[in-house]
Design a protein around this ligand. Structure first.
Ligand SMILES: NC(=O)c1ccc[n+]([C@@H]2O[C@H](COP(=O)([O-])OP(=O)(O)OC[C@H]3O[C@@H](n4cnc5c(N)ncnc54)[C@H](O)[C@@H]3O)[C@@H](O)[C@H]2O)c1
Length: 396
């Protein structure tokens, strides 16, 4: 990084790549203007039209078609890696070798072995490597964490998290990288990585998982005729390919603090395009987050009088994490959503790269060690499923 500016690139111009591209564009105007100049340099995508379109749309100077071009570029300091999970390792290691700061999407990789190698590479590197577990920056979830930390909900007794999506509910949905890989690399890795990270974010370290149950509801899918982006549908051929991983996964957890929990994830839950729901139950109350209404939470406090006790709707605004002084209008009721999570995440990463004081910066993004831990938990779920639901301990 030069003294006066940070050059940014995004590798992958698909669904989440565009969210990263937009986030870097807006990050300097989130909160006070304490960042060095942020230069939007390049978006690289192996499919050239996607990179070109995203660069033009989000105001990046150029586009590239390989990660090697980004690694070799002297005018780039910070890179988001937003491609299929099995590509993360090669690209991240190459970028770290080239001296870039790296923000890698979740899950860290598609195998635990690769994830551990990436964490070792990050340890050796002199630059910063972080993972995009974006939901820790959802203001409602961060506020529930504050309620837990402050003791307002009392000791956490159990959590219930479901992340239902329906991007694969239609058997005509084209096969893509999301449907390939070992057992557990499907819905479990895709959205279960978020759910399991959030379970520990809210209830503390998990010590065991059990009851692992996977299902592949649709075992053959048509091949696409063109490029497939994100969860989007594309024209398909009449040739079919095999789905290798889970459409649905469920499991239970036990936490070090004694709490229990359940997680259920799906990509075939018809009518639920992006349905993350979290409930935390403590001795003194409970709290709920629902991604379909991201700018509010529900809160129940046992201290309320018996006549008025019940879940109340709390609109999120300036008293809550991330919002005050950041949103152009930062009062309750204005609203915000999942895209802002990428914005808060990008801002925190740029502040860390710029070396700005922790007291000015937002909390740091998760490091690769946390990314490995997240994958160890998912691997334990796959092991539980393999053992017909047996309990599997998580070694710390
Ligand atoms: N944090 C979140 O909420 C969130 C949301 C969605 C996806 N993700 C993660 O983001 C990553 C990408 O997911 P997506 O849905 O955006 O995928 P996607 O399929 O929409 O996009 C991937 C892009 O990578 C491009 N590509 C393929 N090989 C490449 C290569 N070698 N070099 C450069 N570009 C290449 C493809 O052409 C495509 O445009 C995954 O790791 C996924 O888990 C995170």
């Amino acid at each position: 990084m030069s003294q006066s500016s940070i050059g940014v690139a995004v590798i992958g111009a698909g669904m989440a790549g565009k969210a990263h591209a937009a986030a870097y564009r807006n990050a300097p105007s989130l909160y006070e203007s304490i960042l060095p100049e942020v230069r939007l340099v390049s978006i690289a995508d192996a499919y050239a039209p996607a990179g070109e379109a995203a660069a033009a749309r989000f105001g990046y100077t150029r586009s590239d078609t390989s990660w090697q071009a980004i690694a070799a570029a002297d005018d780039i300091d910070v890179v988001s890696v937003v491609v299929a999970n099995h590509l993360h390792r090669e690209i991240v290691e190459g970028l770290l070798d080239a001296g870039k700061h790296v923000l890698c999407e979740k899950p860290l990789s598609d195998t635990l072995e690769d994830a551990r190698a990436m964490a070792a590479a990050a340890e050796r590197a002199s630059t910063i490597a972080r993972i995009g577990l974006t939901f820790r920056r959802a203001p409602g979830i961060a506020y529930i964490r504050e309620l837990v930390d402050s003791g307002r909900l009392g000791k956490v007794l159990h959590v219930s998290i479901r992340y239902w999506t329906d991007y694969a509910a239609d058997p005509g949905t084209a096969i893509s990288w999301r449907f390939k890989g070992a057992s557990g690399s499907g819905a479990l890795a895709d959205v279960g990585s978020h759910a399991s990270y959030l379970a520990e974010f809210l209830a503390g370290d998990a010590v065991e998982v059990g009851g692992g149950r996977f299902s592949t509801a649709i075992s053959q899918r048509p091949k696409p005729l063109g490029a497939v982006s994100g969860h989007g549908h594309s024209a398909v051929s009449d040739e079919y390919d095999t789905v290798e991983n889970d459409d649905y996964a469920a499991f239970s957890l036990r936490f070090a603090g004694g709490a229990a929990g359940t997680i259920e994830v799906s990509r075939v839950a018809a009518g639920h395009p992006n349905d993350l729901q979290i409930e935390v139950f403590g001795e003194l109350g409970g709290a709920k987050f629902d991604q379909s209404r991201p700018s509010e939470i529900e809160l129940y406090l046992a201290e309320d009088s018996a006549a008025e006790r019940g879940y109340r709707r709390v609109l999120l605004g300036s008293p809550h994490p991330y919002i005050a002084g950041g949103m152009p209008i930062d009062v309750s009721g204005v609203g915000f959503g999942q895209n802002e999570g990428f914005l808060f995440q990008a801002r925190a990463f740029l502040e860390e790269v710029a070396g700005l004081d922790e007291s000015v910066s937002l909390p740091r993004n998760a490091d690769f060690g946390e990314g490995v831990h997240n994958m160890e938990l998912l691997a334990a779920v796959a092991e539980s499923e393999r053992l017909s639901g047996a309990t599997v301990r998580l070694d710390k």
